[in-house]
Design a protein around this ligand. Structure first.
Ligand code: ATP
Length: 320
């Protein structure tokens, strides 16, 4: 099957053992591997696809632990660099009473921010059918230059470019800077996935309607997806748009649902990119991705909650 290459950050989330309490009041924390691009890479291999992760980790116990997790899941790890000076990034998570998560990052700087263009595994990037990235790797240099170069190399080699902005406002110097930089690479992507919250942020409108979503289309964009949690997903192309309902599940932790959704869709597209052009086949792929996202919410954490292909099939079969 076609290779998905995912570029960006991988880090350790420290998740409190109690929810609805401040970081100071948290009785303890459990470490959970995270970072959206790494989650996407693992989502792909869990489903039986092929993926590689490109990024930089600290040459420390956490960094080697994370690289080990990728390898354990069968993600190609030849694009991982280790920084001799900086540490692997950490994030302390607050689980708010309303179910939302807040992040406090330890990145001053962290190893992922120090990836240099000359450290990129170009051969691996050139073998991608789909090249996927977020926006956190755009925030500071030298990683920003590495990100832009990797996009260019992938595009020149004929890969589809997939972008999930994955907004983390706390990491940007200002709200304006976040919006401006996220939009600065907008028209390079073939495929973009945003959440409802990101759609509001990027368009500046309070409404999540078709008109505001379509205002984000650009001439090169083949597919825009707006994920809506338990309401499913909307899709927009030049020729058609519509909605695919979510599956009914009992959600316990939505962490990673978006990454699971993206991984599933990219897995399908890497095998056959023509499915984007045919609405019936696209809807079928989105349904599969919705099922992946749904299953991911039924278990705690991101990576441990990513489903296998057969788990997805049984949810899809069961709800027919
Ligand atoms: P994340 O929480 O990882 O940042 P996101 O906001 O990018 O996720 P979501 O919309 O939460 O993405 O989830 C992606 C997809 O997963 C949805 O389109 C939906 O199909 C599925 N999903 C998410 N939450 C639920 C839920 N509570 N019940 C059923 N399906 C869900």
């Amino acid at each position: 099957s076609g290779l998905v290459v995912s570029f960006g950050e991988m880090l350790i989330d420290f998740v409190p053992t109690a929810s609805g309490v401040s970081l100071a009041e948290a009785p303890g924390f459990l470490k959970a591997p995270g970072g959206a691009p790494a989650n996407v890479a693992i989502a792909v291999t869990r489903l039986g696809g092929r993926s590689a992760f490109i990024g930089k980790l600290g040459d420390d116990e956490f960094g080697h632990m994370l690289a080990g997790i990728l390898k354990q899941y069968g993600v190609i790890a030849e694009g991982i660099n280790f920084d001799q000076g900086a540490r692997t990034a950490l994030a302390f998570v607050t689980l708010r009473a309303d179910g939302e998560r807040e992040f406090m990052f330890y990145r001053n700087p962290s190893a992922d921010m120090l990836l240099k263009p000359e450290e990129l595994n170009l051969e691996l990037i050139r073998s991608a059918k789909v090249f996927h990235y977020g926006s956190i790797s755009l925030i500071v240099q030298p990683c920003r230059s590495a990100h832009l170069m990797a996009m260019q190399v992938a595009r020149d080699a004929g890969a589809l470019l997939s972008y999930d902005p994955n907004l983390r406002l706390a990491l940007w110097p200002s709200v304006e800077e976040a919006r401006e930089q996220i939009m600065s690479i907008w028209d390079k992507a073939d495929l973009i996935k945003v959440s409802d919250e990101e759609l509001k942020f990027l368009t500046g409108s309070d409404e999540i309607d078709d008109a505001s979503a379509m205002s984000l289309l650009h001439p090169n964009l083949k597919l825009l997806l707006v994920t809506l949690g338990e309401k499913g997903c909307r899709y927009y192309t030049k020729n058609f748009y519509g909605h695919v309902e979510a599956f009914h599940v009992t959600a316990v932790d939505t962490t990673g649902a978006g990454d699971s959704f993206v991984g599933a869709l990219l897995c399908k597209i890497a095998d056959d990119r023509s499915l984007i052009e045919e609405e019936v086949r696209l809807r079928e792929a989105i349904k599969y991705a919705n099922a992946c996202g749904a299953i991911t919410t039924t278990k705690k954490g991101a990576i441990p909650a990513l489903p296998s292909h057969s788990e997805v099939l049984s949810l899809m079969k069961g709800s027919q």
